[in-house]
Design a protein around this ligand. Structure first.
Ligand code: NDP
Ligand code: DXP
Ligand code: MN
Length: 455
């Protein structure tokens, strides 16, 4: 197994390593931070949140609420959920607020109705609104909680405005890796992972010297169908499978990522995300099924040590760490589902205290192999796979396809992309945007042609 070199930290002489290097904040210049004893993080770190009304957005605001002296949301962008956005506005009074075009009038009227004295935020909509939130001059860090490739343009705008990125929106890096990677160096920004596995890896990497890591091990729950065989799934009622695929055994998340966990495309996408974040070869990234979601991922070092990060399935810790790094901010984060402290887990009552691991069944989860193939192919192929998958999940939720049709649809789109010469090896941003649009369209065509054949 070839060793990968840990991303090189930006050097004091201004030299720099491979472009994904910037994901690691320069430890040499980081303030000392044992247990909050230092001045880090500075009081009142101001943040912008993209997707403030979603699962990541609301949990980020929960962290801001719990650590009001440390993190202040100054700009919020949502989609259509103006009712929740208005509650957030009332509580946090951000200076810039954006929503979907179709909801701008409701937002304006709602804010006027709040009647807050001397409060007149800038109100915007659409992609321009999201970009304004991402660029807002007072923000230091942008939390990207938009779902899907819709996050690509605002994230790039944030980087160009020299904002650090707390990356939840994995689809952006998966599709945009080739154009995002050079921006770290160009604009001197960092990208800290929010995704729980990549946060776990980042936490394990602290203190491991460059070149010390042999392999990254991504853990995955196996999703809602983890205890069923392929045969049982084929025999199951498609409507039941559809409903069940929108639930997760351990995590409470948005609909799209929950379905991705059920197909394990989420893990496949995370393999590509890890490649870009840590500059790791695909041969050195392994997926392991871990049904309890207690070990959030691991690194294997050359001396055979395997370092893991553990905790409840709770996104608030990775969010907090992405905002507070390198500090460890004292926090109270009980299990979001039952309120128990993690201490209880160690005591090992009932099913607690048990960690199990196994190899994924690639016949049951073909999306894992598709993601490795797309990542290894490179260029626009990851953007094509990710966009086709977004479309396939939409088609599942709108009952146009069945759950078990997702992998075949994606495989067909990838084949079409190759056969029709649609994969661009060294893409520009325009190529990535075009690939995204093409793939959504191609997924629709594949589904239509299949239904014609069936009829
Ligand atoms: N949830 C989790 O625990 C985790 C999520 N992630 C990643 O984080 C991202 C967000 O996931 P999650 O929070 O679960 O998703 P949700 O569906 O819960 O939230 C999505 C957010 O994005 C907004 N939004 C949706 N579409 C658009 C669009 N086209 N333009 C602008 N805003 C839009 C929504 O607005 P509105 O609702 O107002 O319409 C909402 O605020 C995903 O990329 C996911 O993979 C990663 C790890 C864990
Ligand atoms: C919370 C988080 O990071 C998700 O990506 C989560 O890992 C999904 O669970 P799976 O392990 O089932 O994909
Ligand atoms: Mn994850």
């Amino acid at each position: 197994m070839a060793a990968f070199v840990l991303p090189k930290l930006p050097a004091a002489d201004g030299g720099s390593g491979p472009t994904p290097a910037a994901v690691l904040a320069p430890e040499a210049s980081a303030p000392q931070s044992p247990n909050g004893a230092s001045a880090w993080p500075p009081a009142g770190k101001k943040i912008s949140i993209l997707g403030s009304t979603g699962s990541i957005g609301t949990q980020t605001l929960d962290i801001c609420r719990k650590h009001a002296g440390l993190f202040t949301p100054v700009a919020l962008a949502a989609g259509k959920n103006v009712e929740l956005l208005l509650e957030q506005v009332k509580e946090f009074r951000p200076q810039v607020v954006a929503c979907d075009e179709s909801k701008l009038a409701d937002l304006e009227a709602g804010i006027a109705a709040l009647g807050i004295q001397d409060y007149a935020p800038v109100l915007l909509s659409g992609v321009e609104g999201q970009c304004a939130v991402a660029r807002y001059e007072e923000s230091q860090t942008v939390v990207t909680g938009i779902v899907g490739c819709a996050g690509l343009i605002p994230t790039i705008e944030a980087m160009k405005a020299k904002k650090d990125i707390a990356l939840a929106n994995k689809e952006t890096l998966i599709a945009g890796g080739p154009v995002i990677a050079p921006l770290f160096e160009e604009y001197g920004v960092s990208m800290l992972p929010v995704d729980s596995e990549h946060s776990a890896i980042f936490q394990c990497l602290q203190g491991v010297p460059e070149g010390g890591v042999k392999k990254i091990i991504l853990t995955g729950s196996g999703g809602t169908f983890r205890d069923m065989t392929v045969e049982e799934m084929k025999a199951a009622d498609p409507e039941w499978l559809r409903q069940k695929s929108t639930t997760h055994p351990n995590w409470d998340m948005g609909a799209k990522i929950t379905v991705d966990s059920s197909t394990m495309m989420n893990k496949g996408l995370e393999v590509i995300e890890a490649h870009w974040l840590y500059g790791v070869d695909y041969d050195d990234i392994e997926v392991v099924i871990h049904p309890q979601s207690i070990v959030h991922s691991a690194i294997e070092c050359h001396d055979t040590a395997v370092l893991m990060q553990t905790g409840w399935p709770d996104m608030r810790l990775p969010i907090l760490y992405a905002l507070s790094h390198p500090a460890r901010v004292p926090a109270d984060l009980p299990n979001p589902r039952d309120g128990r402290q993690f201490d209880d887990w160690w005591k090992g009552e009932g099913k607690d205290g048990q960690l199990t691991f196994s190899k994924p069944d690639l016949e049951k989860y073909p999306c894992i192999s598709l993601a490795y193939a797309a990542g290894r192919r490179g260029g626009t192929m990851p953007a094509i796979l990710s966009a086709a998958n977004e479309r396939a999940v939409e088609l599942l939720l709108s009952k146009a396809i069945d759950f078990l049709e997702i992998p075949g649809t994606l495989e067909a789109v990838m084949k079409l992309a190759e056969d029709d010469g649609k994969v661009v090896d060294t893409p520009t941003l325009d190529d990535i945007v075009a690939a995204d649009l093409w793939a959504r369209d191609a997924a629709d065509k594949v589904v239509q042609e299949r239904s014609v054949k069936v009829a």
